[in-house]
Write a protein that binds this ligand. Structure first.
Ligand SMILES: [Fe+2]
Length: 380
């Protein structure tokens, strides 16, 4: 967990106070071109300028950050006299800042820090998420693509946990439907996976259930009414809760199978999870029925007095309905060529298993099971 977690309307406007509390004086803002162009970075920096705190800007973060984009940001950092990074944006900007924070302190190449290496420390990062999704503001992970071979490297360790997170739902108002749906469904996966994970504990359980409840109640209105403050507030809180839950209990088979889909076919992270959510859950429920039934009840899909079997049925049906309502395409509808998908089944299954996440799933999958699931979601 970050040392400082400020949640609610206007939280991002407490940046000056946060920097002072942490005795940091020379921040570099790390963000993306869209947020610069839309004036988000200017609004964030105005109070700093007024307080006499100089702040540099790196505004060239890219989706799915690469070692090249990390190098460009590191160059800007080293050219100035900065003592911390302020990351404003979605998971990509936050992961960029995390990667730069490690290289700035320890040097070397990003690949030196991929798992099984563990990152113990980095420059301080203050994370200000602008999507309700990845939970990167509270996790100890960063995913960076190696430009040399397109490998999506997972880096982990306490040095990647932001020192502070300012979680301000007002930054998500007006976010478009697709991005709201995909990031929200990513959060829902974090919560469900953390709750059924073999590494779950009573602390992560309570947070995961709260996240599921909030997302289930509000995701449709957040998507349909971009300026619905109640829905945005609930989704933003749930995204951070989902992040805390999976940062401490791990994800399972959905994320394990989702990463290869993102790496090979460039499907956005939340969307590839969403494509897998209902079918992987249907395949797994029988191996932790009590846990999954509790998910169904937390999400309001099953009544307290429904039998366990009925609750499981309702959970799977409810997830299928939710992804249908939010127009989640299957891989075929998303535009992946049939021969490419079926040709990659073996590679995807191997990569999924190698990530280790499937080992946390209630039902343990072998490569053949994973391939069968990929086949099932193709046109499902
Ligand atoms: Fe995720």
């Amino acid at each position: 967990m970050p040392k400082i977690l400020r949640i609610g309307a206007g939280a991002s406007q407490t940046l000056v106070a946060t920097l002072r509390e942490l005795a940091l004086t020379r921040p570099l803002l790390v963000t993306d071109p869209f947020l610069v162009q839309q004036g988000f970075s200017e609004r964030l920096l105005a109070p700093l300028l007024a307080a006499g705190i100089p702040c540099g800007v790196f505004g060239d973060c890219v989706p799915d950050p690469t070692t090249d984009s990390i190098a460009a940001c590191l160059q800007v950092l080293r050219a100035g006299d900065y003592d911390c990074l302020v990351a404003l944006g979605g998971g990509s900007s936050l992961d960029t800042a995390k990667g730069v924070a490690v290289l700035a302190l320890h040097g070397g190449e990003m690949r030196d820090y991929k798992v099984p290496a563990s990152v113990a420390s980095g420059l301080p990062v203050i994370a200000i998420p602008t999507t309700a999704g990845t939970g990167a503001e509270v996790t100890r992970a960063a995913v960076i693509t190696d430009t040399a071979n397109q490998e999506k490297m997972l880096c982990m360790g306490l040095g990647l946990v932001p020192l502070a997170a300012l979680v301000d739902f007002e930054l998500t108002l007006s976010m478009p439907h697709r991005l709201t749906a995909d990031t929200g469904l990513d959060s829902l996966c974090h919560a469900i996976e953390a709750y059924v994970s073999r590494k779950a504990n009573p602390f992560t359980d309570s947070i995961a259930l709260a996240a599921m409840q909030g997302i289930s109640e509000h995701i449709r209105s957040a998507c349909a009414e971009p300026d619905n403050r109640t829905a945005r507030e609930a989704m933003m809180l749930a995204a951070t809760q989902g992040g805390i839950a999976f940062a401490n209990a791990s994800v399972t088979l959905i994320h394990g199978m989702s990463r290869p889909v993102g790496a090979l076919f460039h499907v956005p992270h939340g969307l590839s999870n969403a494509m897998l959510l209902a079918e992987v859950t249907a395949w797994s429920v029988g191996h932790a029925p009590e846990r999954y039934a509790r998910c169904a009840r937390a999400m309001g899909l099953a009544a307290e007095d429904d039998s366990e079997a009925l609750a499981l049925e309702k959970l799977v049906a409810g997830l299928r309905q939710l992804t249908a309502d939010l127009q989640v395409p299957n891989p075929r509808a998303w535009g992946i060529a049939e021969q490419d998908w079926f040709g990659a089944l073996g590679t995807m299954a191997a990569q999924a298993l190698a990530s280790g996440s499937p080992g946390n799933n209630p039902r343990l999958a072998e490569a053949a099971d994973i391939e069968a699931l990929y086949r099932r979601v193709w046109a499902g």
